[in-house]
Design a protein around this ligand. Structure first.
Ligand code: 13P
Length: 270
């Protein structure tokens, strides 16, 4: 059974001090209410240590477990928003997945549309990052999604298919056959990110069902059924319920609304 995942992508927001304040409020508000819900925060690399310390301190105060981080009454899991596919060496300015793992990361986010467009990351480059994440023992969430021009040109399915297939290298396929829960897809239509223009439940569900069929064709039904496909793009408490009830939607990747502890809790409880 694939988990329903509530993922926060903070992007380039929150200092270590702000991170600590966030988790104090967020976890006190949860108070165990998120039992059995799978919650993950993709925090900025420079605030990662603060996030570890804050979630552990708050979990201890609330009597929650931090290991494993996705069990009942557990603290949220943490992830990084990007890292290089090499783990060390002469790569000035990059972050290492093996260091993230050592620090307590459970997940790495790969291929967010901002990485693809602002930082020119290609499908080939991202495939290497998916492989590297698995090699370092991280779970991998791969973001895919079409621009408005692509949607209007009727290319949505082609775009998400191309982006997904590029990541399914032989190494990745072998990994998924063994451990499908260590991978998730996040469908984020670029036109819905940070715009307040959420996809309708029907628009999102249509793509999610297409992706499930694609995974089934490529990986077999048994593996495909275990992979969560999240929706992202202007998710808020007001639209989370209708989206979450649609066939094929197995979680949310939330940007803006995840920066406020109450707003993100409201999505988790919706
Ligand atoms: P918003 O929720 O702010 O639209 O951002 C979505 C996103 O990009 C999450 O990765």
């Amino acid at each position: 059974m694939r988990p329903f995942i509530y993922a926060a992508n903070w992007k380039l927001n929150k200092s270590p001090r702000e991170t600590k304040a966030f988790f104090q409020d967020f976890m006190a508000a949860a108070g165990g209410a998120n039992a059995k819900k799978s919650v993950v925060f993709f925090v900025p690399a420079l605030s990662f240590q603060a996030a570890c310390e804050a979630t552990e301190a708050a979990a201890a105060a609330l009597g929650m477990s931090t290991a494993p981080k996705v069990s009942a009454r557990s603290a949220p899991a943490l992830g990084i928003q990007n890292a290089y596919f090499e783990t060390q060496g002469a790569f000035t300015g990059e972050n290492s997945m093996s260091v993230a793992k050592e620090m307590g990361a459970a997940w790495v986010l790969v291929g967010h549309s901002e990485r693809r467009t602002i930082f020119n990351e290609t499908d080939a480059n991202l495939a290497k990052k998916v492989e590297a994440g698995f090699a370092q023992g991280l779970k991998v969430m791969l973001c895919i999604g079409e621009t408005l021009n692509e949607r209007e040109a009727g290319q949505t399915m082609k775009v998400v298919e191309t982006q997904s297939l590029a990541a399914l290298t032989p190494t990745v396929r072998a990994k998924l056959a063994q451990a499908p829960h260590e991978f998730a897809l996040a469908y984020e239509p670029v036109w819905a990110i940070g715009t307040g223009k959420v996809a309708t439940p029907e628009q999102a569900s249509e793509v999610h069902q297409f992706l499930r069929a694609l995974l089934t064709k490529e990986l077999g039904a048994q593996t495909a059924e275990e992979i969560s496909i999240l929706y992202g793009g202007s998710v808020k408490a007001e639209n989370a319920k209708a989206l979450g009830q649609m066939p094929g939607i197995d979680g949310f990747l939330v940007g803006g609304a995840s920066l406020d502890p109450k707003a993100f809790q409201a999505i988790i409880s919706a």
